[in-house]
Write a protein that binds this ligand. Structure first.
Ligand code: MG
Length: 258
């Protein structure tokens, strides 16, 4: 009886808006007309549907400048071995040029969404540290310190962000290899793990929260998986389907915020 009562309370709590999971658009909101992954349009469109954050991927060009792209190559050009001018003259599928980080930040002036910057693992640690010092300087120039969250599969890059970014800036590790306690030890403020890792280690969600850490999960496009994460109190969900997730949060959980 007591157990039944408890589950009824939990169900009512879920329906009355206890969920506080936030929506991060993966590579921006790109599954819509006129958009493309990691385009400026994808950032602006993620903002226009009121996403909490818009995620994008950053590389250092051969001549040491920051560009936005996912893969280590684009149109057959290796990003790390190609100059900035060459890279930024390449066309995305929506007709935009491949954006520089500076152009991305310029476009972000008109947006409110948080900037979830993923630094891709580079060919060596030195280039990662160089990229991070340039990112941190650019963020400072734009006054975006309080809008940033940094993520990376490279543990080295996460450690560098912790070292170089202002204290308190969220830095989340993506690679799923470390427990919350191990990340905390390194000064990393959260985990951003693949859904399957969190399903294998659901105890890490509570452990992270007890340690005052943030939990994000990627890349979650299916409603049943979204529900699992929401029910497990994950803080952020990174998705290619931000409209689906927002609708689910509003309609099922009465969540009015982002
Ligand atoms: Mg990414």
């Amino acid at each position: 009886m007591r157990k039944l009562l408890l589950s009824m309370i939990m169900a009512t709590a879920a329906l009355s808006g206890i969920a506080s999971t936030k929506v991060v658009a993966h590579r921006g909101f790109w599954k819509t007309d006129g958009s493309a992954q990691n385009s400026i349009a994808a950032l602006v469109k993620a903002d226009s549907i009121d996403c909490y954050g818009s995620e994008f991927d950053v590389w250092l060009s051969a001549d040491g400048q920051l560009v936005v792209n996912h893969d280590n190559s684009f149109s057959g050009k290796k990003i790390e071995q190609t100059t900035f001018d060459e890279l930024t003259s390449l066309k995305l599928s929506n007709g935009e040029n491949l954006p520089s980080l500076e152009q991305y930040f310029d476009a972000a002036k008109k947006c409110k969404t948080r900037l979830i910057l993923e630094l891709k693992p580079h060919s060596d640690y030195k280039r990662e540290a160089e990229a991070i010092s340039k990112i941190v300087a650019m963020v400072k120039k734009y006054g975006y310190e309080s809008r940033m969250e940094y993520i990376s599969f490279s543990l080295n890059a996460c450690k560098e962000f912790v070292k170089q970014a202002p204290k308190g800036t969220p830095v989340l590790y993506l690679d799923g290899k470390l427990s919350p306690a191990q990340l905390k030890e390194l000064g990393i403020s959260g985990l951003d793990y693949h859904l399957n890792i969190l399903k294998k280690h659901p105890e890490w969600i509570e452990e992270a929260h007890k340690l005052g850490m943030v939990v994000n999960s990627w890349t979650v496009d299916n409603a049943a998986d979204m529900v699992w994460l929401i029910e497990h109190n994950v803080d952020l969900i990174t998705t290619n389907e931000p409209v689906v997730l927002k609708k689910l949060l509003i309609e099922t959980y009465g969540e009015k915020s982002k």
